[in-house]
Design a protein around this ligand. Sequence first.
Ligand SMILES: [Zn+2]
Length: 249
Amino acid sequence: MKKILTREEWRRRKQRNRTISFSIVILLALAIIMMALLIAYSAVKHDSLSDNGVIRDLKDDLLGNNREGITAIGERLSNSVEIQSDYLTPNEYSRPQTPLKDINAIVVHYTANPGTSAANNRSYFEGLSEKHTTYASSHYIIGLEGEVIQCIPLNEISFASNDRNEDTISIECCIEDETGSFNEATYASLVSLTAALCIKFNLGEEDIIRHYDITGKLCPLYYVNHEDEWYQFRKEVMEEAENIKRTSP
Ligand SMILES: [Zn+2]
């Protein structure tokens, strides 16, 4: 037999039902907020992965790795080569003067133009300000004699590495022939320069990447074709960085 409720019991039951409904709504709202936070977090995390899985430090993304606005790393490399500072004339096509707020990697390139010197390649970048044929430049160019020209200060972006122009330093290396291999002098300067940059901006082996690692472009050609030697190069940079740290005052 169905129990007949008093007015007071009705009131209490109604009250209890209302409390239960309210709790369910609150729980659902909390669950939705948690889901939204999780989705937002994974989106940010995904964003911090570069094309080929080079994981950038989320913390560094937020803080920036060149907060002091460093424009250069000093004059002489550990192989005794002097860095020539010869900045491009500011222009839309090769030196837009866009601030480089983060330095999360160093990107190695090759000029794809056998026999040309660092100065030749610098002139090419400079000439784009008048020719307007393309957007291209690099922070550094290393020539066949191991000479190093800095074309862009380290607190500005260069036009070398596509999606990663925003947070990387670029190094172009000159080549003697179509194989794209670096000669001894070029290689020695590349190791010294990269090591100095790794020390300055607190970067590790994983942060030394090829243009190929960003877009799949065959650049630097020789190190796309010879992966073992690429990894060997990165190891030598780390060893050189340790040497520099040990011997510098
Ligand atoms: Zn390249």
